[in-house]
Structures are given as C-alpha cells and as structure tokens.
Ligand binder design. Sequence first.
Ligand SMILES: *Cc1c(COP(=O)(O)O)cnc(C)c1O
Length: 322
Amino acid sequence: MTNLTLPTFADVEAAAARLSGFANRTPVNTSRTLNEIIGAEVFFKCENFQRMGAFKFRGAFNALSKFSPEQRRAGVVAFSSGNHAQGIALSAKLLGMPATIVMPHDAPAAKVAATKGYGATVVHYDRYTEDREAIGRKLAQAQGLTLIPPYDHPDVLAGQGTVAKELFEEVGPLDALFAPLGGGGLLSGTALSTRALAPACQLYGVEPEAGNDGQQSFRSGEIVHIDTPRTIADGAQTPHLGHYTFAIIKRDVDDIVTATDAELVEAMKFFATRMKMIVEPTGCLGLAAALNMKDALKGKRVGIVISGGNIDLEQFCALVSA
Ligand SMILES: *Cc1c(COP(=O)(O)O)cnc(C)c1O
C-alpha cells in the first residue's frame, strides 16, 4: 500500500474532544517498591480502569462518533472475540446505533455475554472452517453496515493516542515510555502523542516473545506475517501489523522489545500484590519489558501503559498460583 494519508496529533486532539465526557480519564498510579527495584520514577497509565476494562473503548468510540447519519442508522460491524468487540458494542450503545459482532463459536461465554449485555447482535462462525472477514464483509454489504477493524484505521489509532496524551498532560515529559503491541493501534497512537508532547522520549513497543512479528517488521522495514502465536497475552495474538500502524511505528518508535509468558505472570503477581490491581496478561507487557531493561532506566522518568484488565477470575487464579 502506498500513499496512505497518516493521521497526526491534531487527529488525537480531535479524538480527545469527542471522548470527553464519555471515556474515563484513567488514573496514573505509582509504586515506591517498584521505583526502588528499577531505580527510576515510574508512572503507570491505568487503562484497566477504562470503561469496559481496556483502552479499546477510545478508538471504537472515536471511530463511531464520526459516522454519517446514514451510517449510524445502518450500524457497525466488527469481528473480534476480545476487547475490540466490547469497545464497539459499548460505543454503539452510547451513540444509539445497532452493532453486529462476529465471534467464533467457541468464544468464552463471559465475553459473549458482555457483548450481548451492551445490546449488540452476536453472529457466530466456525473458526476452523469459516473466514470471519468474508462473513463480516458479506454482512456489511447485505445490510449496509460499516466495518470497523480493531487497529488498522486512522480514527481507531487516533482514539488510542489519547491514552499517552493524557499521561503527558498529567506527569509532563518522560525519558522512556513502554506500550503493549498487538496490531499497533495503541502503539501508533501513542507515537503521535509522544512525538508531539515529549519529542525526546524513548518510545518502546512490547510484544509477547512467541509473537514478535512487530519486532521482525521493525527491524526488516517490511510487514512480517507469522502464524497466530501461542501466548497468554491474548490481546497481542495478532499475526501482523497494519499498514497505517506500521507506517507510524516505523517512523516514530525507537525500538520493539519482547517479554515471555513467565515474565508476564510475574508482572501480574506484582500488580495484584503490591498495587492491588488485576491486570490481564497483555496489559503486563510494559512492566515486564521495563524490568528487563532496568539497567538502562536508572534515574529516569518512565511511563508504562497498562492496556487492560479483562481476564476471567478462574484464569487469573490459575496463572498466578501455578
Ligand atoms: C488490543 C489490545 C492490545 C494491543 O493493541 P493493538 O492496538 O492491537 O496493538 C494490548 N492490550 C490489550 C488489553 C488489548 O485489548
């Protein structure tokens, strides 16, 4: 893809205005214990306290807010079994438009129930025999629905950029900032805000080690595709970056680093015991990476985005007690 018109920080500012009064301005939490362990001053931007439990609400709400009256009447379609589904469903409900979510037959019952609870219509498909993108496109065509993808969309990534915008507004410039990386909506939006508000800040994307397609893409300069990785970080199980997201990441991010599942579990335990927060595995990527890089962070001011807190209690207990 050539000649993409990339969103800018002005689009993040416009998204912030649309989100005002709808999204939570999430807290920035700190831990003296962690500051001592790393030897730095660390600020956590806590999107686990965002509406529906993750930053995805921001991009979804921003994208749906820009629909024309005709688009609103017909409604939105998305395919996701995770946080994007709930972000779209809640945003559609708040904006009074119908939402259809395409989910695999075997999606966790709790996630299906949460999505239906926001009033969305759930359409199931068989993830082994059917192509969800084809189903989504067919629905979009037949019913005039607008398809909103989870990350590779200018309005979605501009909405995600409001996370870092709020962080810099609250704590001022930082020396380093860590954000989880799946398809790159969060990281590319974070990059727009970082380059505008703290241009000298070192910006790191963090992926699960088992699925380091973003790191490979960043180093090779081309989008690398991999098989769906096996990792507990289900929010970052994406097989490749997007065209919009990669163009911004390539230009504005300093490096992409990785964390293992075992490191994510250690971070989950730290958040639960020391900071009294339940964080989903994907939300732990930033802390895990900062701990791995602590020698380089001594004496610095460091930001870490906690991207979400949605995890079944049973799975949480199994992971932290293993
Ligand atoms: C979606 C998601 C991510 C990854 O975001 P991308 O925009 O796909 O890079 C990280 N953490 C959580 C909790 C998510 O839901």
